[in-house]
Design a protein around this ligand. Structure first.
Ligand code: NAD
Length: 497
């Protein structure tokens, strides 16, 4: 079996027509070349007026010593075309390599990740035939800032960063998307019962912005019950907006329960460009076998065509694809004996779609693309009023093997007439004063010093405090200042405090 892994340069050149839109294309790793070749063939056969600029990214680039997985030449193409059609890439496991996907999304400011997860019953077998959910995932923040540190022998840390502009832009995007696509409801998932400051901000901003869209329903769910309902009764959801990590995980769940993770497309939209890809990864387990489903990437291609103003071609491709799956022509991941009519490989599936260009599905609902693309991101014009910020204390994180009592005695040596040691926690749970002997402790402690009633803390005192701790032989590894903003504490309490 020979698999065509890339379209010949001649084919691409022949496809270039006057007025075509330049598109940067990366074939990617694993199944990437197979599904990208299949998708491009279909798009070009349908008359997509694009000029393809191929770039190399991913595994080969990592191996060549570029730890970011992308070369300067590829950046140049991306920054010029501002439209990226991307195959999945393999991120090598282990230290030293950063995820290329995250790098591209963040470097180009592609803040909104739109992932439609739609059931195609009865053509594709699914337990959730009425499902039609669009997940709008925040794409730049949260734990994906990738700021991680090993702090002690036993403890590693990953910073979760959530910003007000980040929340505002993604939530507004979700409502704008709902409005532009005639959607009726936006649901927000967070875990703000635990992360009251970070996820709490996301939820608060959601409530604020929902008020600007009175015609669209809004609701909030804690992500655990939200995820359970999404997996069980996805038809109750319409658009769901969530922070980065939850959105990444739950869009895979949502895609899988429509029939296959290979079905769902993903658009990454920003002010300065857009990237279109499948939601799944490079599937190394099935690479090179001509069995991967190209549908997720193909449908991402139709989102791209809509984005660059070729909605008619997008519609033609999408309807031919619907007619193909409706005819029971299925790749292995969605093939069900007795239900599907033909099990085909990646390229044969592409040929079947090409053969149906111009047709519409008979039982599935044909799509009709609005001429407008996805909503464009606009920075919120509002300026933030500066809050009155006051330093009221400091959390000193310490690497120590002794007990909480011993550590408290050592830390109290740094107390003075202005501030006191008020609490020690271990992995967030209070262990001093009055800890429980049952609490398991690691070698990583957070020691909180706070200004006495009526006293002012300042940065010079922070330096003084650290100097005394250093003299006392305390191995402090990080500090975090405690501020109030307009009198409201900008820090969480210890668990059990
Ligand atoms: P994966 O999504 O590649 O595969 C998960 C499972 O789904 C596998 O069993 C695979 O065979 C199957 N599958 C995925 N796509 C399919 C398709 N189109 N047709 C049929 N079956 C399909 O996830 P993984 O195995 O956890 O990750 C593999 C690599 O992909 C990792 O290096 C990961 O970092 C990378 N990844 C890349 C992206 C991206 O480029 N956007 C996204 C996720 C993961």
């Amino acid at each position: 079996m020979t698999i065509q892994l890339k379209l010949p340069a001649q084919t691409l050149a022949q496809a270039n027509k006057p007025g075509s839109t330049p598109v940067t294309v990366a074939y990617g790793d694993g199944i990437g070349p197979e599904i990208m070749t299949a998708s491009l063939k279909i798009l070009l056969s349908a008359g997509a007026n694009i000029s393809v600029e191929p770039i190399e990214i991913g595994k080969a680039v990592y191996i060549a010593g570029e730890t970011s997985g992308i070369t300067a030449k590829a950046w140049e193409s991306l920054r010029r075309t501002r439209v990226f059609f991307k195959g999945p890439v393999t991120t090598p496991q282990g230290g030293g390599y950063k995820s290329l996907n995250v790098t591209i999304r963040k470097a180009l400011g592609l803040l909104a990740n739109v992932r439609p997860c739609v059931a195609y019953a009865p053509a594709i077998v699914t337990q959730h035939p009425k499902m039609d959910v669009v997940i709008v995932r925040e794409n730049e923040e949260d734990l994906y800032a990738g700021i991680e540190h090993r702090q002690t022998d036993e403890v590693y840390q990953c910073l979760k960063l959530i910003s007000r502009p980040g929340c505002e832009r993604i939530v507004r995007y979700a409502f704008d998307y709902a409005r532009a696509h005639g959607r009726k409801k936006v649901t927000c998932f967070t875990k703000d019962n635990i992360m009251k400051l970070t996820d709490g901000l996301f939820h608060r901003v959601f409530n604020e912005i929902a008020a600007d869209y009175p015609e669209i329903g809004s609701e909030h769910m804690i992500v655990d019950i939200g995820a359970a309902r999404l997996a069980d009764t996805p038809e109750i959801f319409d658009v769901i907006v969530m922070p980065n990590l939850y959105g990444d995980i739950l869009s895979d769940v949502a895609a899988q329960i429509t029939g296959s993770v290979g079905l769902a497309p993903s658009a990454n939209i920003g002010q300065h460009g857009a990237m279109f890809e499948a939601i799944h990864g490079s599937a190394p387990d099935i690479a090179g076998q001509d069995i991967a489903n190209p549908s997720g990437l193909l449908l991402a291609g139709t989102m791209m065509l809509k984005h660059i103003g070729q909605a008619e071609v997008a519609e033609k491709v999408h309807n031919a694809w619907l007619a193909t799956i409706e005819a029971g022509i299925h790749t292995a991941d969605i093939f069900v004996a007795g239900h599907s009519t033909e099990k085909v490989g990646t390229m044969a599936f592409a040929e079947a779609v090409i053969a149906r260009l111009g047709q519409k599905p008979a039982t599935l609902t044909a799509v009709s693309y609005p001429a407008k693309g996805l909503p464009v991101i606009v920075w919120p014009a509002q300026k933030y009023r500066k809050a009155k910020k006051e330093l009221t204390g400091i959390d000193v994180f310490v690497h120590a093997d002794q007990s909480a009592e011993y550590l408290a005695t050592q830390m109290k040596a740094a107390e003075n007439g202005i501030f006191d040691l008020t609490m020690i926690t271990n992995r967030g749970i209070k262990v001093w004063p009055e800890g429980l002997p049952e609490t398991f402790c690691t070698d990583h402690w957070r020691c909180r010093f706070q200004a006495k009633q009526g006293k002012q803390f300042n940065k010079a005192m922070v330096i003084e405090l650290l100097r005394s701790l250093n003299q006392a032989g305390v191995d402090f590894i990080k500090t975090e200042q405690l501020y109030t903003f307009d009198g409201t504490p900008g820090y969480s309490l210890g668990q059990g405090e």
